[in-house]
Design a protein around this ligand. Sequence first.
Ligand code: ZN
Length: 88
Amino acid sequence: MSLATPEQIKEVRRRRTITVMLVVGGILVLLPLSARFGDAGFIIAWVVFALVLTLFIPQYWRCPVCRSPFPRGSNGHRCDECGTEFGA
Ligand SMILES: [Zn+2]
């Protein structure tokens, strides 16, 4: 087990913020708009949103040390792959 450098910890915090903001922001934008879409538009908007998340997050939400994806629910506190602690 090793400790991440301050830069790597900062990077993980930044990535977590962006990921959370993307998810929360997307939902906050889509929910009020949903009433205005027809049924098809509503479904398409959510499918596009889900697609962006499933494509983007696995690429982005990774350990900056070894580049392996963070395990689900780890919140980026620790990388199981290389054992780095981010303590963030
Ligand atoms: Zn790692």
